[in-house]
Design a protein. Structure first.
Length: 518
């Protein structure tokens, strides 16, 4: 091939890439001064820097590290950050980050992409995050590779505590293969995967903890691992496949750190730690008042920040931020007036319109003012309304609100047996709403499908300008509830394409065999 030809090809490829970048559709955004709940990407892992800024890593929908400048707190005390900005250099080198308080000082730890090795990373300063120096974490002289860990300090010493999965070659999936392989796993689908008592036929994960005591802490060198004990036995957790994490925590008064574990989709557990005969032992603690042991806002791997960076001037009861699968952040903080812990959403200024991932949206004039709004469903099972107070061509968005039916927030969830992907999806809803006048009374209703495959509808019993939804009703196919493919958005045929005697719009739906039906 001639050099000229190669040059022309390279120029065309460059121009094509440049055009693709320039033609990428910009996200819908709130006005610059609008304060909304922090929402971004999927599977948020947050780190609070010592200057108060937020560093987040997201696994999907924009994989990499992003930084949000700390603006301050809102009138109600909520943390507020600026819009996230991608950090390309960190994103090219590292895949995970942790901040850990070690003997009262905040340190940053990153896992590299190539070897999955953990490093202690020192920056020139927290304002530009230029890397000054990196040091490997060494366990018994060997690099710390992969997995999740924390470092906890008590009166007996400083210990690195690490998760170890004991899977024994077993699989969460009945039939030992996931649903996305070919040929398909015939043991997964509607009416499959569970026994007659509703117990999932796949296997659970088993997790154990190991601890290594610091030998040269300044050089991040630790001794050999020993199994962590609980009640005289190796500490073991058993749960269906899901991310599980471990953090140092300072949720109680006193100088001792605790261990905070997030596991089993939406569980949190707290432990004191002590040394007996040279072995680290855990002692389970009751969660402080106001912190539930089952998380309500976050699920599928709850990722916590260090418990000191948010409150550098406090002496005890340090709060933390929790992130996870829905792509949101919440703050756990101690209310010194009520003498208990509380939870509030983390806020963002001038952010993008965001619902909790896997959005299924529709442009529709929901409130009858002649201007198209947005109705959208998400993976958490909520149905959202974004009011457009501008025009169709120049929209101005108000903060999204969750729709209610019979005065209760709508949320579809699978429960223990409702998903073909098993109990790991008990907190998912995958609701797919369609706004349509379903009963021909001139008011817009909502028909939807969800994680269970059931078709349901919410009747509008309000007015055109003030919609009000009644309790959910199941659509019927003969005497039975109408059920089709799971997480599939329904549609209707516009009137101009239907027969004259069709008084109501026919429904288009995908059945459980994947066929489009009228």
């Amino acid at each position: 091939m001639r050099p000229t030809t190669i040059y022309i090809i390279a120029l065309v490829l460059f121009a094509t890439g440049l055009y693709a970048q320039q033609s990428r559709v910009a996200p819908l955004r709130y006005p610059e001064n609008t304060i909304s709940d922090y929402g971004f990407g999927l599977d948020i892992k947050p780190v609070v820097l010592s200057n108060g800024d937020l560093l987040v890593h997201i696994a999907l929908l924009g994989n990499g590290f992003y930084r949000s400048k700390f603006i301050g707190r809102t009138e109600d005390g909520s943390l507020c950050y600026d819009r996230p900005v991608r950090l390309d250099e960190l994103s090219k080198t590292y895949s995970l980050a942790r901040s850990i308080v070690v003997q009262g000082e905040i340190f940053y730890f990153f896992m590299d992409i190539k070897k999955k090795q953990w490093w202690q990373v020192e920056f020139d300063n927290d304002d530009d995050l230029t890397i000054k120096e990196v040091k490997p974490l060494l366990i018994g002289g060997e690099p710390l590779i992969g997995g999740d860990f924390t470092i906890v300090h008590n009166r007996e010493g400083t210990f690195l505590v690490k998760y170890s999965y004991v899977n024994e070659g077993k699989s969460y999936w009945p039939g030992n293969s996931n649903p996305w392989v070919y040929p398909p796993n015939t043991e997964i689908g509607f009416g499959k995967g569970f026994d007659e008592k509703g117990v999932w036929l796949g296997d659970k994960n088993r997790v154990q903890l190991s601890a290594a005591e610091a030998s040269k802490l300044k050089d991040w060198q630790f001794g050999n691992y020993k199994k962590v004990q609980l009640d005289g036995q190796p500490f073991t957790l058993e749960f269906y496949q899901s991310p599980s994490k471990i953090y140092e925590a300072e949720l109680s008064t006193g100088k001792e750190q605790q261990l905070l574990l997030t596991w089993g989709i939406d569980r949190m557990s707290l432990y004191d730690a002590g040394v007996i005969d040279g072995v680290l032992h855990l002692f389970e603690k009751k969660m402080p008042k106001g912190i539930p042991s089952v998380t309500k806002e976050i699920y599928s791997g709850a990722y916590a920040t260090s418990t000191r960076a948010l409150y550098p001037n406090q002496k005890d009861r340090f709060g933390f931020i929790l992130g996870g699968n829905p792509g949101i952040l919440v703050e756990y903080y101690y209310d010194f007036i009520k003498k208990e812990w509380a939870i509030r959403p983390v806020k963002m200024k001038g952010g993008d319109l965001h619902i909790q991932t896997l959005a299924a949206v529709q442009w529709i004039d929901w409130d009858g003012d002649g201007i198209e709004d947005i109705i959208g469903g998400d993976s958490s099972g909520f149905i959202w309304f974004f009011k457009n107070k501008g025009t169709r061509d120049s929209p101005i968005w108000e903060v999204g609100v969750k729709l209610k039916a019979s005065e209760q927030v709508i949320q579809h969830q699978a429960g223990a047996t409702g998903s073909i992907q098993g109990p790991n999806e008990r907190r998912w809803g995958y609701v797919q709403p369609l706004v349509v006048d379903w009963d021909g009374d001139g008011l817009l209703d909502i028909v939807c499908n969800d994680v269970t495959g059931a078709y349901q509808w919410y009747r509008n019993v309000g007015t055109k300008s003030m919609p009000k939804l009644s309790a959910v009703q199941s659509l019927k196919y003969g005497p039975a509830e109408f059920k089709g493919a799971w997480r599939s958005k329904p549609a209707t045929i516009p009137a101009q394409y239907t027969a004259v005697d069709d008084k109501l719009p026919p429904l288009l739906a995908i059945n459980s065999q994947g066929l489009l039906c009228r």
